[in-house]
Write a protein that binds this ligand. Structure first.
Ligand code: IPT
Length: 961
């Protein structure tokens, strides 16, 4: 998130030009076969929508960051949940720095296997908008840049030769992977996003070159861009050099202050602007959660962007903008494990208040996505609409707005309060000139709400004239149609269907009145309450099972491959084979699952379940709930203190000499030599410095400056004596004055500690909280140094000679961000199998640690039931004493940093990293600023579900492998 983003979005009602341009990619003939034998498809677009083989697609996608979920089997869990919410696509950033520990070195294996990710999206039938940057922002370290880029001369995000060589290297690795998964080659990638919110300090040649590189690598799907905020941010990349084919806009109308979740629209209306007359309107990133700037906790962010906001803003945008491409940011946020976070805006959790929580739980927002997603991806006429006259409302308190499909004439009418933030209860009667005639339609908007009503729609074999209920979805099964409508609990609804002659209406459940007017209109009147069922036969059409429910009832439905299902806590997939329906589903309690298909047997997760046919012609099966789970207490702890580096006699002969006098960083050091960690190749986590000088005995104080990134600290020892700690500083944004004194710390030299003529050793441990982003493309932010930027000793001793040490080497499996340069990290104390028997038996809560670094290790065995999903967290009690922070390692994987008094106490332990049936190693590195007690620390089960996906153990080598 850009600190310098102050302009607020404005609404621009674009002029709609008549002509539609059609763009066809080269080299991808329709229905051809790819080399791999998969059917190739043509991807085109015009001003209304994307098209696949000429068929219009409304792209309803959610953003997902594979790099924030280091367990590839869980990618399937989350992507199946995204798909089950009614999404037909995902938007995926690809993170350069996550794959590249050093220039020329790239890793796409294990948790970095994006080819596997793209195969999965293909298998699940999710379209992909591939977003490889090179810059991605995303509140991740360096905005996705590898930290080694800080040492490359030349401004990043420009056509400077140094940067150009670097990003072309990345694109040369990632583009071929993306290219082979394009829809045009039988894969899932439907669009390719160049750069990210490239709005400040732009360089069109660079923007153009990204696209040239993509085309040269065989990318032939449309290229998109996500412009920041509104058209006042220029260029929009809609025209001129560097222009993309489908320019999109990012909309974050609620901004990011979660402490006040009821304050709406801080950043405006959130109506996605049309940037091109030839391309669809693209809501590239539409707010679906928030970073927690005010440290209110992500539940408040979920409130800020909750179901009411989603109803009002998403539906308003659908009708006001006519967008047919959406990327909801985020659908699942995940975890800033290792050192993935960008320190200014986020902490370990990147839950984001999303519809699917960091622990992969479904929320009320998920239900709302499902209500909207099933609708938008079912009703084809939505893919091509123009603004249309809205039905007149007889009450000023009810606002209407409309779009219509020019071919089918189907109308979509938005009904809401004129002031979107009011929670009034307003009613009106609409005079609606619908395609099938004029209707008077009573509507009511109760609280913060909005509805999209449909008229003149060929609904399978039926004709919907008009309805005051919202359409969830419909399908055809067993020679009949099934349609689901819903509305606010307790509010009356009416639906009119068209028939050639009077049909037979049988109310199977609930209270519904039916009246046929002799002129083709069958009018149904009811109050939304529970789920009413009406069977309509005759009238010149095939039968219709009409289901009329509340919001809550609508959320119990699932649709997979055209099969409509109801019940369970998640239906991942449904497949009918002969007379049997095979479901993959999760349950939290014993549940009835109903299938609206012509079947007589049911299996769930491979096992047959008892089932019965209903009078509505459906099949109901009884599915068991989850079994019990017992978690072990964490016992058997052993402890060891470290920081031998502070000892004057410590052997640092292998350390790197820090004697540079110049740096690529635009921020220059206060004293020489340059002590920036990145300049010596230490990019992540803690670094140690040891400075030697000949003492005069007159030294009074040590004066240091360190930049850690927000929230970091550094600690100082002189001749083995702990002098204290200080907060690491920051360098401000480019448009703010240079900070002359970042992260200052003054440490008194104890009298008598230093002796004239003797060598003194100053040891400093500096944390690196992650690298800043480069939102403003000026190098000042992301090339901001980490580590010491100034060091003097008052009392005029001899010059200080410095050595530096960071992470020993990159962990080949866990990657460069996993761990830093603490002594324990350098010697494998965080890894499984490390011999800790000589350590002192002591549990965190029962022992006081001193300043510096103390490790705790234990093992625990899990025996979680098979066929279940039991997400676990590591939960910290408040601790006591001096400020302290804890690096958490599970089986050697750095799963986060607990900061006492900070916003996060529960840390996600993803299955896969966690052996669900086996022994796990937990290692905690406590960094205390004084005497402190940590914890207590324990395992916590977030939920117990029957179901889930099979999760295999992620390889977690120990120190010797
Ligand atoms: C937009 C970025 O494109 C995205 O990467 C992420 O940082 C998101 O914001 C916030 O979470 S930037 C937009 C707020 C101007």
């Amino acid at each position: 998130m850009p600190g310098s983003l102050r302009r607020r979005p404005t609404v621009l009602l674009a002029a709609f030009a008549a002509a539609a341009a059609l763009w066809a990619p080269t080299g991808a003939p329709a229905a051809a076969q790819t080399a791999a034998g998969k059917a190739a498809h043509r991807v085109t677009y015009d001003r209304y929508s994307l098209m696949v083989d000429g068929k219009r697609v409304l792209l309803w996608s959610g953003e997902f960051h594979y790099f924030r979920l280091p367990s590839p089997d869980l990618w399937r869990d989350v992507l199946e949940k995204i798909k089950a919410a009614g999404f037909n696509g995902v938007s995926l950033y690809f993170h350069w720095g996550y794959h590249s520990p050093a220039p020329g070195v790239y890793d796409f294996t294990g948790v970095r296997d994006v080819d596997r990710l793209l195969r999965l999206t293909e298998e699940l039938g999710l379209y992909v908008v591939a977003r490889p940057g090179p810059y991605i922002n995303a509140e991740t370290t360096g905005g996705g840049f590898p930290a080694w880029l800080k040492n490359v001369p030349g401004r990043a995000r420009s056509s400077d030769p140094g940067y150009t060589r670097a990003y072309r290297e990345w694109l040369a690795h990632i583009n071929p992977i993306i290219a082979r998964h394009q829809v045009t080659r039988g894969g899932s990638v439907i669009a390719y996003n160049a750069e990210n919110e490239y709005a400040a300090n732009t360089d069109a040649a660079y923007m153009e070159d990204i696209q040239k590189q993509a085309r040269a690598a065989g990318i032939d799907v449309p290229i998109t861009h996500n412009q920041c905020c509104d058209a006042s941010w220029t260029p929009t990349w809609a025209s001129g050099q560097g222009a993309v084919q489908i320019p999109g806009v990012d909309d974050y109308p609620q901004a990011f202050e979660c402490r006040e979740p009821d304050v709406w629209g801080t950043w405006g209306e959130g109506v996605t602007e049309r940037l091109s007359d030839d391309a669809p309107v693209y809501a590239a990133e539409y707010q679906a959660g928030a970073i927690d700037l005010g440290k209110a906790g992500y539940e408040r962010c979920r409130d800020l962007t909750g179901p009411a906001f989603m109803k009002v803003y998403y539906k308003s945008n659908l009708i006001a903008s006519g967008a047919t491409m959406f990327g909801y940011y985020m659908s699942f946020g995940g975890t800033n494990w290792g050192r993935l976070g960008q320190p200014n805006d986020v902490y370990t959790s990147y839950d984001y208040g999303a519809a699917i929580t960091e622990n992969r739980q479904l929320t009320a927002k998920y239900d709302e996505f499902k209500r909207q997603g099933l609708f938008t991806t079912t009703v084809a006429p939505l893919t091509k609409t123009d603004p249309a006259p809205a039905p007149a409302s007889d009450a000023a308190a009810v606002h209407t707005e409309a779009r219509a499909n020019p071919d089918t004439r189907t109308q979509f009418v938005l009904v809401r309060h004129p002031d979107r933030t009011t929670d009034a209860d307003a009613s009106a009667t609409l005079t609606w000139n619908a395609p099938d005639g004029a209707y008077r339609v009573p509507v009511r908007v109760k609280g913060r709400d909005a509805k999209v009503l449909v008229a003149g729609y060929d609904m399978g074999g039926q004709r919907l004239a008009v309805s005051s209920s919202e359409l969830l979805t419909h399908t055809a099964a067993g020679g009949r149609d099934v349609a689901v409508f819903y509305g606010t609990e307790g509010v009356p609804g009416m639906t009119v269907l068209r028939y050639a002659s009077e049909p037979t209406v049988k109310v199977l459940d609930g209270k519904v009145r039916a009246a046929y007017d002799g002129k083709g209109n069958l009018r149904l009147d009811y109050t939304h309450r529970g789920l009413a069922r009406v069977l309509i036969t005759g009238g010149g059409r095939r039968p219709l099972l009409l289901l009329l429910g509340t919001d809550a009832e609508a959320a119990t439905f699932w649709k997979s491959g055209g099969v409509l299902v109801r019940g369970g806590s998640l239906v991942r997939s449904a497949r009918v084979a002969g007379r049997t329906v095979h479901l993959r589903a999760d349950t939290d309690e014993p549940a009835d699952i109903e299938v609206f298909a012509d079947t007589s047997r049911m299996t769930v997760n491979g096992a047959p379940v008892p089932s019965r046919r209903t009078s509505a012609g459906t099949l109901v099966g009884r599915v068991p709930g989850p079994g019990g789970v017992r978690l072990p207490a964490l016992t058997g702890w052993r402890a060891a203190a470290e920081a031998p580096e502070a000892d004057p006699g410590f052997d640092d002969r292998d350390w790197t000499v820090a004697d540079r006098t110049t740096t690529v960083s635009p921020i220059k050091p206060k004293t020489l030599p340059v002590l920036y960690a990145d300049d010596y190749g230490y990019h992540h986590g803690h670094v140690w410095y040891r400075g030697r000088f000949t003492a005069t005995g007159e030294e009074t104080e040590v004066r240091l400056n360190a930049i850690t990134g927000k929230g970091g600290i550094y600690q100082v020892w002189l001749n083995g004596r702990y002098l204290g700690s200080a907060a690491g500083g920051e360098q401000k944004d480019a448009d703010e004055p240079v900070n002359p004194d970042p992260g200052p710390g003054t440490f008194a030299v104890p009298p008598g500690l230093l002796k004239k003529g003797e060598t003194a050793v100053l040891a400093v441990l500096v944390e690196n909280m992650g690298h800043n982003d480069d939102w403003t493309a000026d190098d000042v932010r992301h090339k901001q140094p980490r580590g010491l930027v100034g060091a003097t000793v008052a009392g005029d001793p001899g010059p200080i000679t410095w050595k530096i040490q960071g992470a020993a080497r990159t962990d080949r499996v866990r990657g460069p961000l996993n761990n830093g340069g603490l002594y324990g990290e350098r010697t494998g104390w965080h890894l499984p199998g490390f011999p800790d028997r000589s350590w002192t038996p002591a549990s965190p809560a029962a022992r006081r640690v001193g300043p510096g670094v103390t490790w705790y290790r234990t093992e625990f065995r899990l025996d979680l039931p098979k066929g279940h999903d039991v997400p676990l967290t590591l939960r910290f009690g408040g601790g006591s004493g001096a400020p302290h922070r804890v690096l958490i390692y599970v089986n050697g994987w750095g799963l986060g940093e607990y900061v006492a008094g900070g916003p996060q106490r529960d840390f996600t332990l993803p299955a896969g990293i966690l052996r669900q049936r086996g022994t796990n190693t937990l290692a905690l590195a406590v960094i205390a600023e004084g005497d402190a007690t940590v914890g207590p620390v324990g395992l916590h089960a977030v939920a117990v579900h029957r179901g889930g996906v099979p999760v295999s153990d992620v390889p977690s080598p120990g120190g010797t492998s």
